[in-house]
Design a protein around this ligand. Structure first.
Ligand code: AHG
Ligand code: MN
Ligand code: MN
Length: 336
């Protein structure tokens, strides 16, 4: 079989990027390779989820009090496993773990980075064959090398992220990651088992036509959020009609679509969840970083997500994220 050598693989791309930094150690490239490897393993299981006895609840409840699906556990173990055995990651925090884990072995205690994960996002969609994903966030350790990482290494504001990304297990499987230098998307080529650069230098369009929100919660939102949603429904009536509402219920897929096409995604406060539903450290922050590098904006309705100082590993946040022009308009509604 002929392999298209014009397309860069994920490894080739990250190594090429390193060449611009003569003092780079290669640890970030190695970390992304590890994440890519775990993603390929998870992808195989996701693709056969309908066939094997991996569907359904694992019979446990996670630290958020939600049912854990078997695939969440599988994905968590895969990402934790590759990162523990790799050379770049000193410890992880995950939606599926009560507390952070410092790997605490001689190699890991000298590793440069810590990672935070939502191993499987949108897991309520597994049983119905709808796109799901993985979200990750990478920080440089604060604790000096030579010792196990501590809580403060994980509770850094999002602005300190070195890289962040996600994998969407969709009609194609894609890994998108951002560093300060840009956002790039790699599609898994199943014929060679490699993530190949398919979406170089992604920019989020300044305006789009999509708004994404759980409409079922409409009457639980604050008045100003309700007003904005109604504005989305009225929008552009003179020039082509209202915005389109799209809401999959897997944040990875919803925000991925809006990043590419332009749009806004919201998970506002509800009466039941006044602090929001999504998790700051491994859902909001990584997407805020990606969207900002791509030219968009992300806030909790009051402040920039990336500037929030986290207090707890599993802290929740409200989230408004997307195209810059649409976020600017939303902010005129949210002003006190
Ligand atoms: P997870 O599967 O990791 O718990 O995340 C689900 C999240 C997110 O992906 C999605 O946008 C949101 O929950 C949907 O929530 P609602 O069903 O309340 O709209
Ligand atoms: Mn999630
Ligand atoms: Mn999850």
């Amino acid at each position: 079989m002929m392999v298209n050598r014009k397309i860069l693989t994920l490894d080739e791309f990250t190594i090429q990027q390193m060449r611009d930094f003569p003092h780079a150690t290669g640890e970030l490239a190695s970390l992304l390779r590890d994440i890519g490897l775990a993603a390929k393993r998870v992808n195989v299981e996701v693709n056969k989820a309908g066939l094997v006895d991996i569907l359904g609840d694992a019979g446990e409840v996670n630290v958020q009090g939600e049912d854990v699906k078997k695939l969440d556990v599988y994905a968590n173990n895969q990402f934790m496993g590759v990162l523990k055995h790799g050379i770049s990651c000193a410890g992880i925090g995950s939606e599926e773990l009560d507390d952070f884990i410092a790997f605490d072995d001689p190699v890991s205690n000298n590793s440069k980075y810590v990672c935070l994960f939502d191993p499987l996002d949108g897991s309520g969609n597994i049983d119905v064959n709808v796109s799901i994903g993985t979200i990750f966030s990478v920080y440089r350790r604060i604790t000096p090398k030579g010792q196990p990482v501590k809580r403060e290494d994980f509770l850094q504001p999002g602005i300190n992220q070195v890289a962040a990304g996600y994998i969407v297990y969709g009609s194609s499987t894609m890994m998108v990651y951002a560093s300060r230098r840009g956002v790039n998307g790699f599609t898994l080529d199943p014929s060679i088992g490699e993530f190949s650069l398919s979406h170089p230098d992604i920019k989020c369009p300044e305006f789009g036509k999509i708004y994404s929100v759980n409409h079922g919660n409409f009457f639980q939102y604050d008045q100003n959020v309700q007003d904005y949603i109604q504005q989305c429904q009225r929008k552009n009536i003179d020039n082509g009609g209202p915005y389109t509402q799209r809401y999959i219920g897997s944040m990875v897929s919803d925000v991925h679509r809006n990043l590419i096409k332009g749009g806004i995604f919201m998970y506002p406060a509800t009466k039941d969840k006044p602090g929001g539903k999504l998790r700051l450290l491994y859902e909001c922050n990584p997407f805020a970083f990606i969207i900002e590098v791509a030219g968009g904006k992300a806030t909790n309705g009051k402040e920039r997500i990336l500037e929030v100082i986290p207090e707890k590993l599993h802290q929740r946040s409200t989230l408004f994220i997307g195209s810059k022009g649409m976020m600017d308009e939303l902010e005129t509604f949210l002003k006190p």
